[in-house]
Design a protein around this ligand. Structure first.
Ligand code: DP6
Length: 343
């Protein structure tokens, strides 16, 4: 391939987010419009992140993508939507005379290289960080700024929340075109500096049923999911208040209850979906025993579509809780897989 001295490359990183009020179920699967609003905490990028480089060159014959070193199918409809939407927005800005938009390369094809420094599709929000990173990197390439969560949402629903740091809600919106289904920061990362997140990798393998397929099955078959849609609006308000007041007792209780209800919905799906395994359940029991002992909520668990436990706690309890976990799951049996993260 000829060297293209005018090739333009942009590299960005994006964080993982862990929901404390879960998104589960779409009212419109094409546009990725959820049946309830959701809320998450964005993790610091020190431990978990996606890194994406996008290069545009006049010599590229087609758009291509490599994820963790392996070429993937660029025809994937979600990738196509993100590429199309970012380019459409860039053209729109150009036509409206925005001088910042980098329009020369709009006709060039792109090569995209994306890597995660954590297990892909193991219930650790890899698609969220991945799509957020892709959309952000493409936007930077074309000189776009402003609201991009609507595009990231169309790559993967939870990705819209990774477009912001700190405490982020994804407002479900009511419009049919999805233009009001966007992410919004509630508080920045500096708001609750003592908050800590521990990730216990129980199983780093790919989950048996993807979030996309799982939630589709729940929408079709779970009566509990319909009930959940009625409960979540109030839970969102309580969660926002708990975060604003840095009230860990309420924050932790709501987080655990929401995780449990999400997994109950999976069990209520027919045939049932099991994301938690025996180790996950042991961690749940351990958290409750620990909190019962202190008669306070000091740690809280949440599980996404996989068995890996995410623990929210405050800085002063981290060491002790990690010791308790090590005691219950001796490292020689479990390979020291302990990751600590900051929010
Ligand atoms: C359990 O965002 O991966 O992690 O929109 O189909 O790509 P798609 O689903 P995805 O689902 C995430 C589900 C969850 C809960 C959450 O992050 O809110």
């Amino acid at each position: 391939m000829a060297e293209d001295r005018n090739a333009l490359r942009v590299t960005c990183t994006a964080p993982v987010n862990i929901a404390v009020v879960k998104y589960w179920g779409k009212r419109n699967a094409d546009l990725i419009l959820p049946i309830n609003s959701s809320l998450s905490v964005t993790l610091h990028q020190n431990q978990l992140k996606s890194t994406t480089s996008v290069t545009a060159s006049q010599y590229f014959k087609q758009d291509r993508i490599w994820i963790n070193g392996k070429e993937e199918n660029i025809k994937n409809p979600r990738l196509q939507i993100c590429l199309r939407e970012v380019r459409r927005l860039a053209r729109k800005r150009r036509n409206s005379g925005d001088e910042n938009s980098n329009t020369l390369i709009l006709n060039h094809k792109v090569h995209i290289y994306s890597v995660n420094n954590f297990p892909t599709a193991a219930g650790l929000a890899s698609s969220a960080a991945g799509y957020a990173c892709l959309v952000y990197a493409l936007a930077k390439l074309y000189g776009l700024e402003g609201e991009l969560s609507e595009i990231a949402r169309q790559g993967s629903g939870s990705a819209c929340r990774s477009m912001y740091g700190g405490f982020v809600q994804w407002i479900m919106g009511v419009k049919e075109d999805g233009s009001d289904s966007i992410a919004q920061q509630i508080e920045p990362e500096t708001h609750w500096p003592e908050l800590r997140i521990l990730v216990f990798v129980v199983n780093a393998e790919q989950k048996p049923i993807s979030s996309t397929a799982g939630m589709q099955a729940s929408v079709k078959t779970s009566p509990l999911l319909k009930h959940r849609a009625e409960i979540v609006p109030n839970r969102m308000m309580e969660m926002i208040t708990a975060i604003k007041q840095r009230d860990f007792e309420s924050f932790g209780q709501l987080t655990m209850k929401d995780s449990n209800q999400f997994h109950a919905t999976c069990l209520d799906t027919f045939p049932p979906i099991f994301y938690l395994n025996e180790i996950s359940k042991c961690i749940i029991n351990l958290v409750h025993s620990y909190n019962n002992h202190f008669e306070k909520t000091l740690v809280a668990y949440t599980f996404d579509a996989g068995p890996n436990a995410v623990i929210y706690t405050l800085e002063q309890h981290v060491n002790e809780f990690v010791e308790v976990v090590k005691h219950s799951f001796p490292p020689e049996e479990n390979g020291e897989q302990l990751d600590q993260g900051h929010s």
